[in-house]
Design a protein around this ligand. Structure first.
Ligand SMILES: NC(=O)c1ccc[n+]([C@@H]2O[C@H](COP(=O)([O-])OP(=O)(O)OC[C@H]3O[C@@H](n4cnc5c(N)ncnc54)[C@H](O)[C@@H]3O)[C@@H](O)[C@H]2O)c1
Length: 443
């Protein structure tokens, strides 16, 4: 294929080298004279393992050239990859100047071009940028998206230092576009390049993923360093601790816990996090990331109460009486009666304190069977549990004006909740999603 690449920095230069290796004819575009000249001399614009050879071979084979002329680049290629910089602005926002500039340039060039053109956003951009680019290109070119041209979000995952290796062996390829034809072209392009899975997702997901990836990577570094500092002070080998940590592929290095849902709770997570923080504190160590975890969890619990208050304010305006609230699930997860540090207990306690009438159903929780710490949790936080707890699911669902679903008991999937009744789902019950009144806590 004939492919143009806008931006000849790390991402663009590696892209030109790797795609030309696949036999594609590449045209690089940059505003920098130096970078355009380097590519036209068969030299890379960056220092990276293997890139010299790729650029030199592609140049010698007549498959790589560079230009300042974006009209030339767009009108003589089928696809344009956008790899221009998207730096942070002074106030921490993303500076989209360069990428939006390329949208204007591509739009102007497409006005002069016959034939379908695909614009691929490789740069890291905020959600909504794909739509903004599409709008600019339509305005400039007078052409119609998904008919004359298409925009595809295709984030780049390479790391500097191993950029060529990463480009050729990505963990996965992510594509987001409203145009199936463009997706098929991109799919065939990547199928030749790598065996990695190709995930076609909504545009917003494709735009968001790079931010989530990199923020998580930053979190991993800081987490390991905080653990390292504590271990060092205790004379424990931190590398050995993290090696063992990484060996647990069921809970640690795994998708487990990585689902947006409700706050964590239970008898172990809150207690042991507190323990580690206390250890650090006693060693006079600052561990701001570990310290922030509990606060974030508390805010997440508050979010449920805010959503209830929001609904209540609407009802008050309509002159309706205070909501009756039904809670499905009381233990911190389905299949247990453990209520120690169950965050829903805090929500119920707060709602009760605010004067809401609350009824609860949880098949695993029975007052008569409560013993030990469970009993004292309830005695201190929910002394009125007796009056709230119902034996029958429908005694809650038929009665309540608003339902909170707090754990994934199978029975809740078939719960009969009147259409339009507000549901605040803390655990994502798929069967209820889409029902009028349904509201996922953070999805
Ligand atoms: N560097 C990485 O490791 C990496 C990895 C993945 C994603 N990304 C993302 O990819 C994008 C590019 O990153 P980079 O490190 O390659 O940036 P870079 O700064 O090295 O290169 C960007 C290039 O774009 C050029 N440019 C600016 N405006 C232009 C225009 N209108 N036309 C043509 N060229 C223009 C600049 O002159 C520069 O050479 C960023 O959004 C970045 O966040 C970077």
């Amino acid at each position: 294929m004939k492919i143009s690449i806008f931006g000849l920095g790390y991402v663009g230069c590696v892209g030109i080298g790797c795609l030309s290796k696949q036999g594609h004819h590449m045209v690089g575009v940059d505003v920098s004279d130096v970078k355009v000249d380097l590519i036209n001399q068969g030299k890379p614009t960056i220092v990276e393992k293997d890139i010299d050879q790729l650029i030199s071979e592609g140049h010698q084979a007549g498959r790589i050239r560079a230009t300042h002329d974006y009209m030339d680049a767009v009108t003589n290629t089928d696809i344009s990859f956008l790899c221009v910089g998207t730096p942070s602005s002074d106030n921490g926002h993303l500076d989209l100047t360069y990428i939006l500039q390329t949208a204007h340039q591509i739009g102007q060039a497409l006005k002069e071009k016959n034939g379908f053109h695909i614009v691929v956003i490789r740069s890291t951009v905020f959600p909504g940028t794909n739509a903004k680019m599409t709008e600019i290109i339509e305005q400039e070119s007078g052409k119609k998206h998904d008919v004359d041209f298409a925009v595809v979000s295709n984030p780049e995952f390479l790391r500097e230092g191993t950029a060529v290796q990463d480009y050729l062996n990505p963990p996965l390829t992510v594509l987001g576009s409203s145009c199936p034809k463009a997706i098929e072209v991109m799919r065939s392009l990547y199928q030749d390049l790598t065996d990695a899975p190709i995930e076609v997702v909504e545009i917003g997901v494709a735009e968001m993923i790079k931010y989530v990836n990199n923020s998580y990577h930053a979190l991993k570094v800081v987490f390991a360093n905080e653990v390292g500092n504590i271990c060092k002070q205790l004379g424990i080998d931190s590398h050995e601790v993290m090696r063992i940590f990484c060996m647990d592929k069921q809970l640690n290095i795994s998708p487990y816990y990585f689902r947006p849902g409700f706050a964590y709770g239970g008898s172990c997570l809150p207690k042991d996090l507190k323990g580690l923080k206390t250890l650090a504190h006693d060693l006079y160590l600052e561990t701001p990331v570990l310290n922030a975890i509990e606060h974030s969890n508390e805010l997440h619990i508050l979010q449920v109460i805010r959503q209830i208050e929001h609904l209540e304010n609407h009802r008050a305006v309509q002159g309706l009486p205070k909501m009756r609230i039904g809670v499905l699930g009381l233990s911190f997860k389905a299949g247990t009666d453990d209520m120690r540090n169950s965050p829903i207990v805090n929500v119920i306690e707060s709602l009760h304190g605010k004067g809401y009438d609350v009824r609860i159903y949880d098949k695993n929780v029975s007052l008569s069977r409560l013993i030990g710490r469970n009993k004292s949790v309830i005695a201190s936080k929910l002394p009125h549990l007796n009056e709230m707890l119902q034996e029958d699911l429908t005694a809650v669902t038929d009665w309540a004006d608003c339902i909170i679903i707090a754990n994934k008991d199978d029975a809740f999937r078939q719960a009969r909740i009147a259409i339009g009744t507000p549901i605040i789902d803390l655990v994502r019950i798929k069967e209820l999603e889409g029902q009028e009144g349904y509201n996922g806590l953070c999805w």
